[in-house]
Design a protein around this ligand. Structure first.
Ligand code: PEP
Ligand code: MG
Length: 577
């Protein structure tokens, strides 16, 4: 039966392919009742999954005794091993399988929920927090239970049709793994338009729709799907006429995209001769292929936290150095802006043991620079790696989530310390490396002078600036309709920051999603912005806007828009720019 669902369009284009349902750990385990004769086999499955996790933990234990490995690793392996061997987890669910004929995943999750509820009653906060360890162990066992047949492969479908991933929710860590797979598109029930999951989708340049609410329960494996990532629509089992219409639209879109490729070698200069620097945002060194394809003027934002995801242990200084150096060298003298670890909120890492997500309100918690200053060993390791890479290209260091002068000063102190260490070790680095700050907390935008005094450059993170100005969680689709880059308060903060930086002759860029939205290009040029950083997939479309713009005229028009208070009027005027 044909039906369609509407959500948030987060990555444009059209994908036509077959549904592949993806479960993310505990959220979506299958619930079914077994036939009597299948019970012994289900118990074997359950035991086999525990054995797999035991072996995995055994290998981790070996790593934990290697000199230089973090001391937390062995403590973490010990706790997880104890939980894994606890009969409450490894024996009791078997009774549920036998007596209630539950499938293994269901039995395990029921028992986990029981245990977590007991932990919630504990007064001692340290012990109470151990419930996260229980959940993590159960997630490991569930992954082992889901086994190979549920894993996406590099090759896609054997029949050559595209795979469309359908999930209840995907974390940025899940989504980044798609970079190595052949995925045609994806849809999720949860998520906001500037959640990091959506941002990664844009970087993959595959159509995606989030916030669909009911896609996961309504779609079946192998259903034929159309993802319209431009309009935010998912069509399930379309009839022949609709399918034909979308195939046509898809080829038209592809034609438009290929026309844009002609702009690759064109200079990004406005009609009145103002040079605009169009740089790229990347998550991993492998994104350089796309960066080269559009000939970006540099890397305006390298989100290094993705190097820390989907792994049990932290990347060593050397591993980080290799990754940063690869980017610095490949950009051959063009600027490479490496952002220090922005972990926390929706970006989590097993290697950091999930400590960053246990806060009651993670987007307002120990995120980004706050986390790094609280974990100086992790921070200094990364700073050393970035400094070492600075010897191989024009590397700049960018610090996220600064709000307080003392945070800037502590950060600069850590940079000084890392430099001192390297000097003492006679390791080469760029002594004049520039250090910049992200302006993504309203407090920073409103009290900018200390930033201008102490830092070499600024980069406006509009994704967080909007989240914190409008007090809406960027990952929560329930408030996604309130996420508005054109809110007058947001526009004022962005334009004031650009103008103050221009007056102080401090370089300023925008590296949030606003920079990659062609509807915003003229507005930002009119505010005085000359540096944009965005996903490479959006760069040529933005360049198309730049070459048709007149910066002087736009400055006049935009100054009038900034005086408007009514969102509808603002939008109307911006669309007419
Ligand atoms: C931003 O907040 O706009 C930004 C670029 O950083 P991130 O999206 O990684 O939080
Ligand atoms: Mg941010």
């Amino acid at each position: 039966m044909t039906f369609s669902l509407h959500g948030l369009a987060v990555s444009s284009g059209i994908a036509i392919g077959r549904a592949h349902l993806v479960s993310h750990a505990t959220l979506e385990v299958a619930h079914y009742q077994l036939r009597e004769r299948d019970i012994p086999r289900e118990i074997e499955r359950f035991e086999a999954a525990f054995a797999v996790v035991k072996t995995d933990l055994g290998s981790l234990r070996k790593e934990s005794v290697v000199p230089g490995s973090p001391s937390e690793l062995s403590a973490f392996v010990d706790i997880h091993s104890l939980i894994l061997d606890d009969p409450l987890l490894c024996e009791l669910p078997k009774d549920l399988i036998r007596t209630r004929r539950c499938n293994a995943e269901w039995a395990l999750v029921q028992q986990m929920e029981e245990l977590v509820a007991q932990f919630d009653e504990i007064e001692d906060s340290y012990l109470r927090e151990r419930k996260h360890d229980v959940v993590q162990v159960v997630e490991r066992v569930l992954k082992a239970l889901l086994g190979k047949q549920r894993k996406l492969t590099r090759r896609g479908r054997p029949d050559g049709e595209l795979l469309i991933v359908v999930a209840h929710d995907l974390s940025p860590a899940d989504t980044i793994q798609f970079k190595n797979l052949e995925i045609g598109g994806f849809v999720t029930d949860l998520g906001g338009a500037t959640s990091h999951t959506a941002i990664v989708a844009r970087s993959l340049a595959i159509p995606a729709v989030v916030g669909l609410h009911h896609a996961r329960p309504l779609v079946h494996e192998d259903d034929m799907l159309i993802v319209d990532g431009t309009r935010g629509v998912l069509i399930v089992e379309p009839d022949a006429r609709v399918l034909e219409e979308y195939r046509l639209r898809k080829s038209e879109l592809e034609l438009e995209r290929s026309k844009l490729k002609r702009l690759k070698t064109a200079r990004a200069v406005t009609l009145d001769g103002v040079e605009i620097s169009l740089q790229a945002n990347i998550e991993l060194p492998q994104d350089l292929v796309q960066v080269k394809n559009v000939d970006a003027a540099g890397i305006g934002l390298y989100r290094t936290e993705y190097l820390f995801m989907n792994r049990e242990t932290l990347p060593s200084e050397n591993e980080q150095f290799e990754a940063y150096r690869a980017v610095a060298k490949a950009m051959a003298g063009r600027p490479v802006t490496i952002r220090s670890l922005d972990i926390g909120a929706d970006k989590t890492s097993q290697a950091l043991r999930g400590t960053e997500r246990q806060a009651p309100n993670p987007a307002l918690g120990l995120r980004a620079i706050r986390y790094c200053l609280a974990e100086p060993q992790i921070f200094i390791t990364q700073l050393r790696a970035i400094l070492r890479a600075s010897h191989y290209g024009k590397v700049r260091l960018l610090v996220p989530m600064l709000a307080h002068v003392k945070e800037i000063e502590q950060t600069l102190m850590m940079v000084w310390l890392a430099k001192e260490q390297l000097r003492a070790e006679k390791v080469k680095f760029d002594e004049n490396i520039e250090v910049g700050g992200m302006i993504e907390i309203p407090a920073a935008a409103l009290a900018l002078t200390p930033f201008l005094k102490r830092l070499h450059f600024l980069s406006i993170g509009t994704n967080d600036l909007i989240q914190y100005t409008l007090a809406i969680d960027r990952t929560d689709e329930a408030v996604a309709h309130l996420y508005d880059p054109l809110h007058p308060a947001v526009l004022r903060l962005v334009s004031q920051t650009i103008q103050a930086a221009n007056r102080a002759e401090t370089a300023v860029a925008v590296c949030g999603e606003m920079a990659g939205d062609p509807l915003m290009t003229r507005l930002l040029i009119g505010m005085g912005l000359r540096q944009f950083s965005m996903h490479p997939s959006q760069l040529l479309e933005v360049k198309h806007q730049v070459v048709m713009a007149d910066a002087e005229q736009l400055a006049l028009k935009v100054s009038r828009i900034l005086r408007l208070e009514e969102p509808d009027k603002i939008r109307e005027q911006v669309e007419r720019l």
